[in-house]
Design a protein around this ligand. Structure first.
Ligand code: GP9
Ligand code: MN
Length: 705
């Protein structure tokens, strides 16, 4: 003991002990309490480094005090705050699978919930690991005070320590960006920021974002909504009477086809169709299929596609809308609109964790009643690939929840297996032989697309057998490209182009994704109307008999005679039925003729160049209005007539104990229950599900049937 104390005479040594304790506790929490999904050596190294930089920076602040007692106390206080912060996060995470943010602290409702009695239940026996050291530090401090041993040595100055901390932090950041490019710009998942940069950095980063967006909002007047509202009224495309309400009260099943591009439709590899099921659906008489439908996502990719689908507004010019503004913005989104106008119950099924893109925080704001993420499904070794559960397993097991939803329902399946780098375990391949290009990403893409197709076929079979098919409208769309522009030249030969012929025009044309609306009795056909993801929401609302007129949505019903065929991309480029127009700078464009791919020289053609410029202005205006609505959270100033704002804290949007909640509703409704289960004489329909997934065959998974 004497040895320890004599060593601690030196405040730097005291600081090192505190750094070590904080580091050891953080690492313990990162590995044992938080599911951060650390994989591989580099990620483990990054994780081990991540708590160090910020702890050193923070504790070094204590060294700036000249009086030794104050310096020791300041340092101990910082250490104490850090310890409380860490342990509070552990408790909060156990309850919410997420981290404490500035908003959590500020919004009293959540704070009360999180610090309430439920927290007591989350305390675990090994939690002494987080607390015991505090006692130890205080005893040391106490003894040192008694023995008057507190002294300040000034061998190294405080600044040097702070700089040292900053250096470690910078090294950490560099490693993180190396392993996960665009970590901070795209903001995939808050978990990623903790995993790569530690809890402190997450909190500071998240707080800066919150403060910034709050500042923009606070400087906004409620009249700012007038411009966008005027724009909406002027650009509103009225419904096509032939289609308005044809799907009234039908279940709406949305299938988000991850990374799925239109060129896959009817595409053959080695004489074999890659997606035979989707091909048959595409040309089915009961399917409205769109051959000129484009994705319109920016950096936010899936997040942007979801934003457009649910809110009718674009993603942001940079980053991902859902995690950035989704948790705090006001919405009049699809689930809430359909619920309030036609009594729909809503749910999302997805094989990734709930925190990704902050879906767990955004979906309540959209008005989603249920969110079945990874933890709602059985998993076994190998049942996940890439970001999460394999599609076949997700679709199959989802039926135990689906059959309990009150009808009509609005559900969204976000598929996952067809995601970069398109790894498919060998046992999931049914013998499909893919291409042999020099690019393995391209070759793999066909394998996972084929797998996705087969999982859809299984799901449709179930829908038919269970009877849901007759009562539903099924909508499928590709969210964005799977093969990025830099890899397109390797794909080119398969599409009949030579690598060196491939241009930006071709890249743009390849941004087509499928959009299909399928319903028994629907007057279908392959439509060549130009449109994109922004147009989906008004189209679907009109089909279900809800007029989109009063809603601030920036797309236009694809079936409307007033539909505008200029498809804007997030960067201000656009396509029309005749031209592909790529923005090169403010007011400057490269223009290609769609029919030939020829690049046009417009110096002599004043009329066309004026047109191009005007269309460009329209595109810019539309994007600007979207950004204004989103960044300034303008929908809080506008409530469409008859719409009741969503209260995300309502138990209707609480994703804990979802099965119990569904069963309770079923029991309460008694004979009035409209769930498939109730309609099936209170019997499960999951046994109608047939899947060739190896996990079910070999009974590697607990059966869901
Ligand atoms: C993650 C999934 C993929 O949950 O939706 O997102 P992406 O990488 O395509 O944006
Ligand atoms: Mn995606």
């Amino acid at each position: 003991m004497r040895d320890i104390l004599s060593n601690l005479n030196n405040i730097f040594k005291f600081m090192i002990i505190l750094v070590f304790i904080l580091w050891e506790k953080s690492v313990f929490a990162y590995y044992f309490d938080f599911s951060l999904g650390v994989q591989g050596l580099l990620q483990n190294i990054i994780l081990l480094i991540s708590p160090l930089g910020t702890s050193i920076i923070l504790l070094s602040f204590g060294l700036y005090f000249r009086r030794s007692k104050i310096a020791y106390f300041a340092m101990t206080l910082i250490y104490l705050i850090e310890s409380i912060f860490l342990y509070s996060n552990v408790l909060y995470y156990r309850e919410f699978t997420n981290f404490i943010s500035l908003n959590t602290i500020l919004s009293s409702a959540k704070a009360v919930k999180s610090l309430g009695p439920s927290v007591m239940n989350s305390i675990k026996y090994y939690d002494f690991v987080y607390l015991i050291d505090v006692l130890f530090v205080f005893i040391i401090l106490f003894i040192m005070i008694r023995k008057k041993k507190l002294q300040l040595t000034r061998k190294l100055n405080a600044t040097a320590w702070t700089i040292f901390g900053v250096m470690i932090f910078s090294f950490n950041l560099a490693l993180a960006e190396m392993n996960r490019p665009q970590l901070l710009t795209r903001m995939f998942d808050q978990t990623y920021i903790v995993k790569y940069l530690g809890l402190n950095t997450f909190f500071v980063y998240d707080s800066i974002k919150t403060v910034n967006s709050d500042r923009v909002r606070n400087n906004t007047e409620n009249t700012s909504i007038d411009g966008p509202l005027k724009y909406q009224q002027e650009n509103y495309a009225k419904p096509n009477q032939k289609y308005f309400g044809v799907a009234r009260k039908k279940n709406l099943i949305i299938i988000h086809l991850e990374s799925f591009q239109q060129f896959l439709i009817n595409f053959k590899v080695n004489g074999q169709e890659v997606t035979p099921f989707l091909n048959s659906l595409y040309s089915d008489n009961n399917t409205l299929s769109y051959s000129n439908f484009f994705h319109q996502v920016g950096q936010g990719k899936t997040s942007d596609a979801e934003t457009m689908l649910e809110t009718g507004l674009f993603g942001l010019p940079e980053g991902s809308f859902l995690p950035q503004l989704g948790p705090s913005n006001t919405f009049q989104a699809a689930p809430a609109i359909l619920n309030q106008s036609e009594g729909y119950t809503s749910a999302v099924f997805h094989g990734n964790v709930a925190s990704f893109y902050s879906r767990d925080k955004v979906y309540p704001n959209f008005g989603y009643n249920y969110f079945f993420d990874q933890k709602s499904f059985n998993t076994s070794d190998g049942s996940s690939v890439g970001f999460g559960l394999k599609d076949k397993l997700m679709f199959a097991e989802s039926t135990k929840y689906l059959e309990q939803l009150q009808q009509p329902f609005y559900v969204k399946y976000i598929t996952l297996t067809n995601h970069y780098p398109f790894d498919l375990p060998a046992e999931d391949n049914d013998g499909f032989v893919t291409t042999q290009t020099k690019n393995s990403v391209v070759n793999n893409y066909f394998l996972t697309a084929h797998y996705l197709d087969s999982s859809l076929k299984e799901f449709f079979n179930y829908l038919k057998k269970s009877g849901l098919y007759d009562k539903s409208m099924i909508v499928l769309y590709g969210d964005h490209y799977g093969i990025s522009n830099d890899k397109n030249p390797d794909l080119a030969p398969l599409l009949g182009y030579s690598e060196d012929q491939w241009t930006d025009f071709n890249n743009t044309q390849l941004q087509r994704v499928p959009f299909m609306i399928h319903m028994k009795g629907l007057k279908g056909g392959v439509k060549d109307t130009y449109g994109g993801e922004i147009d989906v929401l008004p189209t679907l609302l009109h089909l279900t008999g809800v007029n989109s007129k009063d809603y601030l949505q920036l797309g236009e019903d694809l079936l409307s005679k007033d539909h505008n065929q200029i498809v804007s991309f997030r960067n201000g480029s656009y396509v029309t039925p005749e031209y592909t127009v790529l923005k090169k700078g403010k007011g400057s464009y490269d223009v290609y003729l769609n029919s030939s791919g020829e690049k046009l020289d417009l110096t002599e053609n004043k009329i066309l160049s004026k047109k191009i410029e005007n269309w460009g202005k329209q595109v810019d205006q539309r994007l600007k209005i979207s950004d204004k609505i989103n960044n300034q959270n303008l929908l809080r100033f506008y409530t469409p007539s008859g719409f009741v704002p969503v209260d995300p804290n309502d138990d209707k949007y609480n994703y804990l104990n979802q099965m119990d909640r569904m069963l309770q509703i079923r029991d309460e409704k008694g004979t009035g229950s409209t769930s498939l289960y109730s309609k099936n004489d209170n019997d499960s329909t999951t046994n109608f599900y047939d899947s060739d997934a190896p996990e079910f065959k070999q009974e590697l998974l607990v059966p869901f049937k």
